[in-house]
Design a protein around this ligand. Sequence first.
Ligand SMILES: Cc1cc2nc3c(=O)[nH]c(=O)nc-3n(C[C@H](O)[C@H](O)[C@H](O)COP(=O)(O)O)c2cc1C
Length: 355
Amino acid sequence: MATKLFSPLFLRTVEFRNRIFVSPMCQYSALHGVPNDWHMVHLGSRAVGGAGLVIAEATAVTAEGRISPGDLGIWNDQQVKAFQAITSFIAEQGSVPGIQLAHAGRKASTAPPWKGGRPVKISDGGWQPVAPTAVSFDDEYPSPRELSQSEIAEHVSKFAEAALRSLDAGFKVIELHMAHGYLMHEFLSPLTNKRTDEYGGSLEGRARFPLHVAKAVRDVWPSELPLFVRISATDWVEGGWDLEQSVKFAKWLRDLGIDLIDCSSGGLVPHAKVPVAPGYQVPFAATIRREVNMPTGAVGLITEAHQAEEILQKGEADVVFLARALLRDPYWPIHAAKELSVDFPWPVQYLRAKT
Ligand SMILES: Cc1cc2nc3c(=O)[nH]c(=O)nc-3n(C[C@H](O)[C@H](O)[C@H](O)COP(=O)(O)O)c2cc1C
């Protein structure tokens, strides 16, 4: 049976064997931002499991841009070298290696979830977070330092340098993290960007820094390779960032050569009321796909093969990103193929287990 989920997708010169993409997931397990055996096994297993694209977690473009001291980074050559074995392994399994480039902004310097996820003080090995405006995430977070205009320009360069390093590291897709209340989302939303200079105010002003990053990365990232952006399509708060602004922003991104918008939501402010339910963010991917006329990815509580197939069949998105379902089962794609009666090639080493 021909399915959408298992039909290949071509973006620029890259072929994805199917439309099941591993959503970026922080592992909080790196030392000095350098990937290690954990990242090889974690990302490698999901490539063996059959995903079309395996995106490495939010990987910081500067040390201060890490969410936690255990985040991956791509600001030096040691990190690049350590990524190379991982990207080759992913590619050898027939999957495409991708990386999410990120800066955590005011939500930087926190503990991993299993240690409470709260801010880490400078005296305990943390650091001073930066943001568009000196407003903290909540009462327990330190006040971030407002970035100067020259620092904003430096951060644009940091993303471009990280993109070049990602190429050396063997990645074939970059996703720019503009979602979940991190630095670029903080610039976009009127709730966190109170600047009165050219980087704040109107939608154009608030979008200026993220668009500069998108352009700088597109300029250095080879034209043969796809570039994605993850957005939070809404803050889920009155007066915040919303779908209407996302549509306008996505048009600008499309015109800069962004190939796909990965449509997530929320994460900016602690008091947002998010109506979490199966596929709850799919309508964002559908609206942007329809109104901006560009490929989108749907993410968020997509857990079943038929559910994923239906999203694609209905034209609501071009791909699905799965996170927790792929943590539970790295072989989710292989199992989904069986459920949808698709003859999906197993890793040859495992053929004796194919029934
Ligand atoms: C352990 C974990 C780590 C995550 N880290 C990231 C990340 O690095 N970047 C990101 O954009 N989203 C991150 N997310 C969000 C997921 O990519 C995804 O958007 C979210 O979990 C919803 O999808 P799901 O319902 O399939 O889990 C993370 C989620 C989990 C569970």
